[in-house]
Design a protein around this ligand. Structure first.
Ligand code: GDP
Length: 465
């Protein structure tokens, strides 16, 4: 998965700066600097790079993608649907992007892979908005014909199921994503390419409406859908979206063969992965790095680097165990300073101290080669900063590996180590205790931290120089 075995191919291309794990006395040798975004991206960027959320999502992936996208030739979103929201702030303008890869803000060709689900109404409104804000989309946005559509009944069923589960609800965004992936797995989904053939589209819609109406009326006592209305709106969607439908596997394959730089962006995060996350409080797709190869139909050996994005603390939305959750007034303080409210839903996020056990797991399951540690600025002003170094299991033993069994995870307690805090804004070089905080993370995980987020703006990133 790395350049090491292909040095001749990589020689002419920008190489990742590989940073050895830093310990005490080596600390003095490193320097952090603000550089131009292009310079910073060159430090990081090799041909095929995956950007993956290393926690429970909302890590600030959008900003890191935006940064690296400036040096990319193609940006690819590999899973999820409009339940994920990336926030990008450029020159004071805020972009909240849900469906299209955030590379579009940097003016880069952007592709939505087969592993995504697409809500056509959301996609069209995003295309319209981007165009009205001066970002061309024709020839820049490509949607896999194999991606599945989020249909109105998926949204209705998502809400109805969560309401029925009551206290046991999963905490979904109620945007229909889970039901759309469920229909994909049961092979009754409707795909983007079905929009291109009115006859097939009508047939599939008639079948789906007939079945879903039974569920809606009999199980959930909701209004049924009118098939003619659905056909009409989807024929209109087809007209608008047709030109964007593409063979995204071939697109990526050709780009890589031509030596172009392709950036894959995941939504949500590792602990929300359907297979490897904290099931059932997970998303319905595969945010882990391997999901990029699956979604775009390329071999896993085409991926060169995996950049994990993690906050300098942790947040989690919705239900489920959260060992390092902050107790007391510091919780509200981190939430306010970090503005921890959902991009799409506005929901309050639960906040925790940095959890190295969970992050070590993310390094393992994604093959993370470097880390971007975002929102370090939010921790300024705390006298002390606890970091969760291990979990104490119900039998009293301690572990620094993520528990494989859900009951251990549900009942484990955090074991914190406390580091000194720092004060002041993070401009220019990092203060000593902030550097020590970053080094502590690198030492524990044996992965270099190559980018540090120091504020919400595009420029507020430090790169290891
Ligand atoms: P994503 O889905 O992983 O892109 O994360 P979100 O966009 O939901 O949340 C990240 C939030 O943090 C956004 O409001 C960003 O503007 C903001 N953000 C990103 N990096 C930093 C940082 O280093 N410091 C601060 N204070 N905010 C940041």
């Amino acid at each position: 998965m790395s350049c090491r075995s292909r040095s001749s191919r990589c020689a002419a291309l920008p190489l990742v700066v590989r940073v050895p794990t830093l310990r005490g006395s080596e600390e003095g040798r490193r320097s952090w600097r603000h550089g131009s975004p292009a310079e910073r991206a060159t430090l990081q960027h090799v041909p095929a790079t995956v950007i993956v959320g290393a926690q429970w999502g909302d890590e600030g992936k959008g900003k890191i993608v935006d940064l690296l996208a400036q040096e990319s030739d193609l940006v690819c979103r590999y899973q999820g649907g409009p339940n994920a929201g990336h926030t990008i702030v450029v020159d004071g303008d805020t972009y909240k992007i849900r469906q299209i890869p955030s590379g579009i803000v940097a003016g880069k060709p952007s592709a939505i892979g087969a592993g995504c689900v697409v809500d056509p109404a959301v996609l069209i409104s995003e295309l319209d908005e981007l165009e009205s804000r001066g970002h061309p989309t024709a020839g820049f946005v490509f949607v896999s014909g194999n991606a599945h559509l989020v249909m109105p009944w998926h949204v209705a069923l998502d809400g109805a199921r969560e309401r029925r589960l009551g206290r046991l609800q999963i905490g979904t965004t109620r945007r229909g994503i889970g039901p759309a992936y469920a229909d994909k797995a049961t092979r009754i989904g409707i795909r983007v390419q079905d929009l291109l053939d009115p006859k097939i589209l009508r047939q599939k819609l008639e079948l789906a409406v007939a079945e879903k109406n039974v569920w809606l009326e009999r199980v959930y006592e909701l209004e049924p859908f009118d098939v003619e209305g659905i056909v009409r709106t989807h024929l209109a969607f087809a007209e608008r979206l047709g030109p964007y439908v593409a063979d995204t596997s071939l697109l990526v394959d050709r780009a890589l063969r031509e030596g172009k730089r392709v950036l894959f962006e995941g939504a949500q995060g590792t602990l929300l992965d359907l297979d490897h996350g904290t099931y059932p409080f997970v998303t319905s797709s595969s945010p882990i790095a391997a999901g990029a190869a699956v979604s775009f139909g390329i071999g896993p050996n085409r991926i060169d680097e995996v950049v994990g994005v993690a906050k300098a603390y942790v947040t989690r939305v919705g239900e489920g165990p959260f060992p390092s959750e902050i107790e007391g007034p510091a919780h509200e303080r981190v939430r306010e300073l970090g503005q921890e409210f959902g991009t799409v839903t506005g929901r309050e996020r639960r906040c925790g101290w940095l959890d190295l056990v969970a992050l070590r797991f993310a390094v393992r399951v994604n093959g993370i080669t470097s880390l971007a540690l975002t929102k370090l600025d939010v921790l300024s002003g705390f006298a002390e900063l606890p970091i969760c170094a291990r979990y104490r299991l119900p039998d009293g033993s301690e572990t620094d590996e993520f528990p494989a069994h859900q009951s251990d995870f549900h009942h484990c307690r955090p074991v914190f180590e406390t580091l000194p805090g720092w004060t002041g804004e993070l401009v220019g070089d990092l203060p000593g205790p902030a550097r020590a905080y970053v080094s502590f993370v690198e030492d524990a995980l044996r992965v270099p931290v190559t980018l540090v987020g120091t504020g919400a703006g595009r420029e507020a990133v430090l790169a290891l120089g």
